[in-house]
Design a protein around this ligand. Structure first.
Ligand code: AVJ
Length: 313
């Protein structure tokens, strides 16, 4: 697919974000094949509640959601292994003419998942889309006949307010009046619960965070020592977001051959690798309103850890 906006390369993002402090990298670089597998393992940990919670919501309400929206297409942003989406697909069992469009940055995951889904849902047409939604959504095919856009997992939380509005607005303008967005957002809650979710006891989130250094080593011919960086997740209460950092254990130098650049880290110096925003019903309602969408349905568990929203343009 040809993107509307040119996507920055890893080399460009690294040059802009990594060379001088405050250092930062976009979270999409976590998701090579290894990172995608680590993320899947995070989802199975005791501490990471969002996947489990959202999965239970989908298991319970998929039928109701599909009945309400009656889409002919399901287009999913950041589909990964499409695990939770299976509830929606199963709710359409045997429905002829149904088309699923999984859209993801990781080619391997997209290909493997496509094959498994074809076996499990032989009645379903599957059209994988490889790409990056930070490039804008203009270049996506425009399905007609009712499309349910699906953006799960709380991934919208990876975007700053402005970027989130831009993305949702792009979605809103391409939606026809019958199209709907199914959006999963993580909710503001106890700091302890949040902290544990992003620093799980098994250390898988730590490995996932460090994986981005392996990606940099491979793609930019770098010599990061991933073990020389500690994983840190902090909840920034004022901004209502988790911030994930890699923290240099000791003073060190890293060379990235591809950029012909040397990074000098002082002990304790950080790289911000991800933000994960948490929402209140108010804050997400406002965000959607600013993007030109209105909430039409809301599903949450009793503890209100997570919300599934149906939004209309
Ligand atoms: C895939 C962006 C929803 O923010 O919770 C999980 C990524 N990072 N643990 C999230 C993630 C650390 C996840 N999203």
């Amino acid at each position: 697919m040809r993107p509307a906006r040119r996507v920055k390369t890893l080399a460009e993002d690294a040059r802009e974000g990594l060379i001088e402090p405050p250092r930062t990298l976009p979270p999409k670089y976590f998701y090579d094949a290894r990172g995608s597998a680590l993320f899947d393992r995070i989802c199975d940990t005791e501490d990471y509640y969002p996947t489990r919670t959202e999965d239970a919501l989908l298991a319970r309400y998929a039928g109701e959601i599909m009945c309400k929206v009656q889409p002919r297409h399901i287009l999913e942003l950041g589909s990964g292994t499409s695990r939770k989406t299976r509830h929606l697909l199963s709710a359409c069992e045997g429905q002829e003419g149904m088309i699923y469009w999984p859209f993801d940055v990781c080619r391997e995951v997209l290909e493997e998942t496509g094959e498994v889904l074809m076996t499990d849902y032989p009645w379903l047409e599957i059209n994988p889309l490889l790409g990056d939604y930070s490039a804008g959504l203009d270049h996506l095919p425009c399905p007609d006949g009712g499309c349910l856009y699906v953006f799960l997992g709380g991934t919208l939380g990876n975007f700053e307010e402005r970027e989130a509005i831009t993305l949702l607005r792009e979605l809103a303008v391409r939606m026809s009046p019958l199209d709907r967005l199914l959006l999963g957002v993580d909710r503001v809650k106890s700091v302890h619960v949040l902290h544990a979710a992003y620093d799980d006891g098994e250390g898988i989130t730590a490995a996932f965070n460090r994986n981005v250094l392996h990606v940099l080593n491979r793609e930019l011919r770098g010599d990061f020592q991933p073990d020389a960086f500690a994983h840190r997740a902090v909840y920034n209460e004022d901004a209502a977001r988790i911030e994930m950092y890699l923290v240099a254990d000791t003073q060190q130098q890293v060379h990235l051959d591809e950029l012909d650049a040397t990074l000098r880290f002082a002990a304790g110096e950080t790289i911000l690798t991800e933000i994960s925003r948490k929402f209140t019903l108010e804050s997400v309602t406002q965000l959607l309103a600013r993007a030109g969408m209105a909430i039409e349905g809301h599903y949450a568990p009793e503890n209100e850890y997570f919300s599934l929203l149906i939004a209309a343009p």
